[in-house]
Design a binder for this molecule. Structure first.
Ligand code: AMP
Length: 110
């Protein structure tokens, strides 16, 4: 198992867990880009969104909503991002959704 995020999910590499359920694991990004920066990922390995099915996306959506609630983001809002492939600057090839919030974010997307 040479996937960094699979090793984090397995507990082999430490992480700051925010939320976990049967299908989803969420933890703080090691290099936060906002006051709150949490990564939400499926426990099942898949490289990126191109390999995800609808059930996985529904599970991630529920995880994102739970993280938003736990982190107090629901009232003022937040941003989700999922980088995909080389042009998307994806650096870890295990599907993950960035949840960014806790302050007014920049208006630019790219
Ligand atoms: P991406 O560039 O979209 O693939 O996002 C990967 C994210 O994983 C980056 O924001 C990194 O800061 C984050 N990251 C890498 N290694 C770790 C780690 N050990 N614990 C927490 N976050 C990590």
């Amino acid at each position: 198992m040479d996937c960094l995020f699979c090793r984090i999910i397995a507990g082999e590499i430490p992480s700051t867990k925010v939320y976990e359920d049967e299908n989803v694991y969420a933890f703080r990004d090691i290099n936060p880009q906002a006051p709150v920066h949490v990564l939400v990922l499926p426990k099942k390995h898949m490289a990126n969104i191109l390999e995800a099915d609808g059930a996985t996306m529904a599970q991630l959506t529920e995880g994102i909503k739970r993280v938003a609630d736990i982190e107090g983001l629901s009232k003022d809002g937040f941003r989700i991002v999922s980088n995909c492939g080389r042009n998307g600057c994806q650096s870890v090839e295990h599907l993950h959704i960035h949840v960014l919030g806790g302050a007014k974010l920049s208006e630019g997307m790219a």
